[in-house]
Design a protein around this ligand. Structure first.
Ligand code: C2E
Ligand code: CA
Ligand code: CA
Length: 518
């Protein structure tokens, strides 16, 4: 069948949803990958900082041993002590110089021999280590000096900053490390700073030595986590993009299928495949055709003639019912124009939805229909189903007043199945009640609700409303209704919905009263 899926979808949602679905794998996976990359960078920074601390500890173990070896020489004349000092420098691979001090005065150095300079204990963190920017021989060359002191004796041994820089550089090739001793820190370029140690933007780690008062800070520059996630998981990201794309395409295809029925309806409207069929309405007193209810059919190119139950609900939901109704009003006007006579006005009824009443243009549509006929040749009836009643607000009351001014009659369709009250009938000054066929079908049944039908007929008489009884199929039903002076009858007994040609033929035939089996 032409319409297989009911659909109500929002255009914006249809456009955005496939992109959203395509992005879901990446959106879900990206934070996880970033978290993993962050963990990996932290582990790397911790490992390299630990390694660097161990290397520096090893260097300091060497200079500490040298300092301890010469400590007892402190106080001895420098001419005697200088040679053992130099021996310690050559013995220790990282020992750059060894010096002796006594009573707070540095007096003998492995580099200069006799020497005189005060030693300030406060320069040394925990009295043991001093990270200094340079000495007299190499003023811009950093040194890490180790101090060993007992009583008035002090031995000082220094590690060359080159070794420290090498340790900071070697382990941290794609991230930075600095060595912090007390209030000074050294970077891998050999620069010493007296500011607080730097805060690394990402994966910042600090590892402190368990043996010496020093710490190594390691970390990465901003954006490293994202870059690591992209480079490490490139293939996975590619796969996620492909999967997301596929999911987006499937979603777009699915939405397109969901929306296909509306497009099919629009196509049929553009191709004017909707057709007006006419079901005769007879006068209750002489039972001759006096008009018709216009019922829509879809002449589908492949599926053939499609009944309204298959497409009207979707047409109503999608709003296409309004242009579709307009189309069959124009069609019916064209087809009937030659058949209507002012001396025998035709009652032509159209089914109108609430949506049509709410949109502008209904009055113009009715005017255009009436203009197609000579003055007084048709009575236009708008059938509004009782199941979907329009609200009596000022705007709609104005609309109904305008319609009435054109001479249009208002009928309540399927009357008895809904909830219209007396107040409602009066608010809109309804002209006709179309009794639902469920009340007609049961005529003659022993357990029938005939009294409801009788009450409706009685009520309409009191309110001055005309009545059309729908779904009259048997002579018994017809006789019952005729006996109660129902104004108009409609049903298979008098004629099924037929094409315009067949309807006009029936109207213009010599015997305009069809076979009713009386
Ligand atoms: P409705 O307005 O109540 O139309 C009467 C329906 O009852 C028609 O069905 C008609 O063929 C059927 N009918 C008439 N006499 C008899 C009878 O003696 N026995 C039986 N069993 N049925 C009878 P149809 O043409 O299939 O239309 C069904 C519904 O589709 C209509 O109910 C109406 O609600 C809707 N519809 C049809 N055309 C249009 C239209 O142009 N616009 C709108 N909005 N709705 C339409
Ligand atoms: Ca109707
Ligand atoms: Ca009806």
């Amino acid at each position: 069948m032409p319409l297989d899926y009911p659909a109500r979808s929002n255009r914006l949602l249809r456009r955005c949803l496939p992109w959203l679905v395509a992005a879901v794998p990446l959106l879900v996976a990206w934070p996880v990958l970033q978290w993993q990359a962050n963990e990996a960078l932290h582990a790397q920074a911790r490992l390299s900082a630990t390694e660097t601390v161990m290397q520096i500890e090893q260097m300091l173990d060497g200079v500490a041993r040298a300092a301890q070896q010469v400590l007892l020489l402190a106080g001895m004349p420098c001419t005697e002590a200088q040679l053992p000092l130099r021996e310690e420098v050559t013995r220790g691979p990282f020992v750059r110089s060894v010096n002796l001090a006594y009573d707070g005065k540095l007096y003998c150095s492995s580099l200069f021999g006799r020497f005189s300079e005060p030693v300030n204990d406060y320069d040394y963190t925990d009295g043991r280590l001093w990270l200094m920017p340079g000495n007299l021989v190499t003023p811009d060359h950093p040194l890490l000096v180790y101090r060993e002191a007992v009583g008035p004796r002090t031995a000082l041994a220094a590690v060359d900053g080159e070794h420290l820089q090498a340790a900071l550089r070697l382990t941290g090739f794609d991230h930075a490390q600095v060595l912090e001793v007390g209030s000074h820190w050294l970077d891998a370029q050999g620069q010493i700073y007296s500011t607080p140690a730097p805060d690394f933007a990402e994966a910042a780690v600090t590892v402190r030595s368990g043996h010496y008062p020093l710490a190594v800070h390691a970390g990465f520059a901003g954006g490293s986590i994202g870059a690591r996630a992209r480079t490490s998981y490139l293939h996975l990201l590619g796969l996620l993009v492909v999967l997301g794309g596929l999911a987006g395409l499937v979603c777009a295809w699915f939405l397109d299928r969901l929306h296909a029925p509306r497009r099919e309806l629009q196509r049929a409207l553009d191709a004017e495949e909707f057709e007006a069929f006419f079901q005769p309405v007879v006068n209750g007193s002489h039972l001759r055709w006096v008009g018709a209810e216009v019922l829509m059919r879809w002449r589908h190119p492949r599926a053939g003639l499609v009944p309204p139950q298959r497409f009207i609900p979707l047409a109503e939901r999608s709003g296409l019912i309004v242009p579709m109704t307009r189309l069959i009003m124009r069609q019916a006007a064209r087809q009937l124009a030659g058949a209507a006579r002012p001396d025998a006005p035709l009652h032509i009824g159209f089914n109108i939805t609430v949506k049509h009443c709410e949109e502008p243009g209904l009055v113009e549509d009715c005017q255009a229909f009436l203009d197609a006929f000579p003055q007084g040749a048709v009575k236009l009836v708008l059938e509004l189903t009782e199941r979907e009643l329009i609200q009596p607000v000022p705007k709609t009351q104005r609309l109904f007043a305008d319609l009435r001014a054109l001479g249009v009659l208002i009928a309540i369709d399927d009357f008895g199945t809904g909830h219209s009250s007396l107040g409602y009938l009066q608010a809109f000054k309804v002209d006709i009640l179309k009794i639902d066929q469920s009340f007609v079908t049961v005529i003659g049944d022993a357990a029938s609700s005939g009294h409801i039908l009788d009450s409706i007929i009685e009520l309409s008489g009191k309110l001055g409303l005309q009545i059309i009884a729908e779904g009259v199929e048997t002579a018994e039903q017809r006789d019952y209704l005729v006996a109660r002076e129902v104004d108009f009858l409609q049903g298979y007994l008098f004629g099924k919905p037929i094409t315009a040609g067949a309807f006009i033929e029936g109207l213009c035939g010599k015997d305009r009263v069809p076979e009713v089996g009386r």
